[in-house]
Structures are given as structure tokens and as C-alpha cells.
Design a protein around this ligand. Structure first.
Ligand code: PRP
Ligand code: URA
Length: 210
């Protein structure tokens, strides 16, 4: 598993505002989108392309197009939905699949309540979006769905992660092509399974339920 932790002052500055408890939902949403734009730059470094011939108004040249089959972008509902728009703006031809998952706040185990993915993901590159990687249970379940359907590689973009969750995913995905791109790697998980210092409940903060 490859892990890339962003190292850029604009990302840290935007995360600082996002983490601040008084930041209201509309600002939280727009910062989430901006952060995805910045993290997607790194996450899509390995996106498959093919050369194409074009003509500029001045001269013919060789350019690049995204290869078929199209990449698949998979937001994990609900909080991952806040990252979708930022990602598809960068890759407007990507296909989008959905996974709805919720973590039981007592057992910390995820359950899947919605799934809308192509049946066959053979040879597809997949990009999973979820702002928070805490115990890693939700992301691991999503990664397993994609590999079970034939995906060749999975890249996850998360705003924050806990070391415990990263270690759990690394252990469970040995031998698979998995990349995780993070805005920041935080300190630890608390006794309630929350990332510390974190930003609280990303879904609640995105959608104004607090
Ligand atoms: C949050 C978050 C992740 C998950 C992370 O979602 O968006 O999906 O928790 O926790 P884990 O790594 O321990 O699995 P939540 O279950 O709160 O649902 P929501 O997006 O609907 O708020
Ligand atoms: N889910 C969140 O939204 N925040 C956390 O810190 C952990 C899980």
C-alpha cells in the first residue's frame, strides 16, 4: 500500500479552517471541495492515459486523453458526497458509482445501506472518496467491494486519517494495489473511535446536522 500525506501550506491552511469548531457548514462544504481539488492532483498522478494526435491553430502535436475504460469515482455516502463535485470537475468523463455506509457508533462496525456500482469492474481504476479514515472499517469494506468486482487498483482520497485505521487497511490489503492520499495524518483515535485532533463528525458538519 502506498500512502501519500500532503505537504503543502495551502492544504494545511484549509484544513485548519475546516477543523475549527466554529466553521459553519457552507464554508465547510466549499473548503472540502477545494481540498479535493488539491488532493486529486496527487491522487490522479497514475491515471491511465493514451497519446492522441491533435492540431492546434498553429501546428499538429501529440497530446494525452484518458484511456478507456473510464476511471470510476466512488463517494462513500454520506460524507464522501461532499467530495464528489470537486473530483468530477477535474475528471468530467469519469463514471460515478455510489456506496452508502454508516458506522455503528457503539461497535464501530460499518454497514452498507446502499450500493450502486457497475457489476463488472475488470480493468477499472477506482477512486474512493471519504473525508475520514478512522478505524478504517468503512474504507476497507469499500475497497473490498471494488476488488471483488475486478478493479485493478484503488486510490482513496481522505482529508484526515488516524494511524490505527491506516495500519488496519495496510494489513488487510496485502498484495493489492492500494494508494491512500491524505490531507493530514492525525495523532490517534479516541475511545469513541473519533480522530484526534480531527474535525468531529464530517457528515454532520457538511450537512448542518449539528
Ligand atoms: C464516517 C466517515 C467514514 C467513517 C469513518 O461516516 O465519513 O465513512 O465514518 O470511520 P471508520 O474509518 O471507523 O469506518 P459515518 O459512518 O459517520 O456516516 P456519514 O458519512 O453518513 O456521516
Ligand atoms: N467519522 C467522522 O466523521 N469523524 C471521525 O473522527 C471518525 C469517524
Amino acid at each position: 500500500m502506498r500512502v501519500h500525506v500532503a505537504d503543502h501550506p495551502l492544504i494545511t491552511q484549509k484544513l485548519t479552517v475546516l477543523r475549527e469548531r466554529t466553521t459553519p457548514s457552507p464554508i465547510f462544504r466549499s473548503l472540502t471541495e477545494e481540498l479535493v481539488n488539491l488532493l486529486a492532483y496527487e491522487a490522479t498522478r497514475g491515471v491511465r492515459t493514451q497519446p492522441i494526435d491533435i492540431e492546434t491553430p498553429v501546428a499538429p502535436m501529440r497530446g494525452l486523453a484518458l484511456s478507456e475504460p473510464k476511471p470510476l469515482v466512488v463517494p462513500i455516502l454520506r460524507a464522501g458526497l461532499g467530495m464528489l463535485e470537486g473530483m468530477v470537475k477535474l475528471m468530467p468523463t469519469a463514471e460515478v458509482g455510489f456506496l452508502g455506509m454508516v458506522r455503528n457508533e457503539e461497535t464501530l462496525q460499518p454497514t452498507t445501506y446502499a450500493e450502486r456500482l457497475p457489476d463488472d469492474l475488470s480493468d477499472r481504476q477506482c477512486f474512493v472518496l471519504d473525508p475520514m479514515l478512522a478505524t478504517g472499517g468503512s474504507l476497507l469494506a469499500a475497497i473490498n467491494y471494488l476488488f471483488d468486482r475486478g478493479a485493478v487498483d484503488v486510490t482513496a482520497i481522505c482529508l484526515l486519517a488516524a494511524p490505527e485505521g491506516l495500519a488496519a487497511i495496510e494489513k488487510a490489503t496485502q498484495g493489492r494495489d492500494v494508494t491512500i492520499v491524505l490531507g493530514a495524518l492525525d495523532d490517534h483515535l479516541n475511545e469513541n473511535g473519533y480522530i484526534v485532533p480531527g474535525l468531529g463528525d464530517a457528515g454532520d458538519r457538511l450537512y448542518g446536522t449539528v
